[in-house]
Design a protein. Structure first.
Ligand code: JJW
Length: 448
């Protein structure tokens, strides 16, 4: 057994997102999002599940906050649903939507929990997607309008801000692979989306500074750490492309003011170019205060000319997997955090990390020992990372509760709290109590 003591001011939290937990999809003046449309498209989401009810957190947020207090977290990452604030994307402001989030944030603050807010966690107003989505500068301008409304409303209440969650998912998972909303399968479209969201990010940061909003602002890329299957240059290059598309494609423009040239050249070979307009890169590279990093798994990749646009395929090495099929390998988090140092020792928060373990209720308990083991391994790496002098400031477990896992619907469970989707009864899992103890002690005690 080993004791890993965390810094006294380390932030302990959990994370969720609006479309995944709120429900009340037709209430409070909310408009239609691309996920409402996508979920209603036959074959896109397992079992035809959708976010109409989800965890009903729109009505049950006080109960959820009581559970957060019981867990002992001091930080809670959530997202605001743009369609609740400006239902048609860039028209009238919906006061009822703002009032809901004021009630929610006030309750969080009353509970002594720091709100950590994501402005965009994938629920784009459908009207904007109908007019070209992130590839249309109208959507960029609409996002800035939406962001400014939120900044002005919550400045002083919210001090930690993220513009976008997982830009790789928004651009490539959703517009090249077609697995998430809106389900496009086109390389140029996905590159246009990536560029549009980056310009929107930069403009929102400019507004944040111009309006004198208190707090810190950043972005939350998801990580795809990969190591080469062999020592061959082809396998190493395949790895580099896989890592770069999740990380460098977004963080080079933000921190360096330019895209990674080797990837620009790679896409040019595939006939796709980045639609950069005059001044875009200066806008995108506005200095930010923090990075959120979402880490779940890593891969061993090798070159395969048939393996998609990156010609990079993951090799199954027989590692233990979670129930969604992702290999469990916490080492990737450590390696990635050192990779990230090329952008400087920036303030980083792990804004998502967790395991899909579909254990169910058994005599009123959920003995999700595999989830505890996952967290134990990853928190040990977190301690190692901090010990190396990397500015890792906090950790938010994905997720507070089971919720709508996008194309997987409700069958995949990431929560520390079990949700019965018929009764909506919340039941803390054994991992909830394990994490509660880690937070209370501010140390991890490995069980082996
Ligand atoms: C068959 C080819 O497959 C290609 C990869 O397909 C995926 C699917 C899903 C993910 C994915 C899901 N999550 C968890 C979410 N992060 C944000 C929060 O909302 C969580 O629900 N992270 N990454 C990645 C890749």
């Amino acid at each position: 057994m080993t004791i890993f003591q965390f810094p006294k001011d380390f932030r302990w939290g959990t994370a969720t997102a609006s479309y995944q937990i709120e429900g009340a999809a037709q209430e409070g003046g909310r408009g239609v999002s691309i996920w409402d449309t996508f979920a209603r498209t036959p074959g896109k989401v397992f079992n035809g599940d959708n976010g109409d009810v989800a965890c009903d957190s729109y009505h049950r947020y006080e109960e959820d906050i009581e559970l957060m207090k019981k867990l002992g977290i001091n930080t809670y990452r959530f997202s605001i649903a743009w369609p609740r604030i400006i239902p048609d994307g860039d028209g009238e402001i919906n006061r009822e939507g703002l009032d809901f989030y004021h009630r929610f944030v006030d309750k969080l603050l009353e509970a002594g929990i720091e709100p950590f807010c994501t402005l965009y966690h994938w629920d784009l107003p459908q009207t904007l997607e109908d007019d070209g989505g992130w590839g249309n500068r109208r959507t960029v301008d609409a996002f800035v309008k939406y962001a400014e409304v939120i900044f002005k409303e919550f400045s002083g209440k919210i001090n930690f801000w993220l513009t976008f969650n997982e830009p790789w998912c928004i651009a490539f998972l959703s517009n090249l692979l077609g697995i998430h909303a809106p389900g496009n399968r086109d390389l140029q479209t996905s590159i246009n989306v990536a560029h549009g969201l980056l310009v929107a990010h930069g403009k929102a940061v400019q507004s944040f500074r111009r309006l004198g909003i208190t707090g810190q602002i950043g972005i939350a890329p998801n990580v795809c750490w990969a190591e080469p299957y062999s020592k061959s240059p082809e396998d190493q290059a395949a790895c580099d492309r896989s890592i770069a598309l999740n990380t460098d494609w977004f963080l080079d423009p933000i921190y360096k003011g330019s895209y990674p040239q080797f990837m620009v050249d790679w896409f040019a070979e595939a006939g796709a170019t980045v639609p950069i307009q005059e001044g875009d890169m200066e806008i995108i590279s506005q200095p930010i205060d923090l990075l959120g990093i979402n880490y779940y798994t890593m891969g061993l990749n090798r070159f395969n000319p048939e393996a998609g646009v990156l010609q990079s395929e993951e090799v199954d090495m027989g590692l233990t997997k979670t129930d969604i099929g992702w290999p469990i390998e916490s080492r990737g988090l450590y390696e990635f955090m050192h990779y990230l140092q090329k952008y400087g020792n920036v303030d980083v928060y792990i804004t998502e990390n967790g395991a899909c373990i579909n254990d169910d209720l058994n005599n009123g308990k959920i003995n999700d020992d595999r989830r505890i083991s996952y967290y134990e391994q990853h928190l040990a790496q977190i301690h190692r990372i901090i010990n190396d002098g990397i500015n890792l400031k906090g950790y938010m477990a994905w997720s507070l509760m089971d919720n709508f896992e996008w194309a997987e619907g409700y069958r995949m469970r990431f929560g520390l709290i079990h949700v019965d989707y018929r009764s909506l009864v919340r039941t803390p899992k054994e991992s909830f109590y394990w994490y509660q103890n880690v937070i209370k002690n501010n140390w991890l005690e490995t069980r082996s």
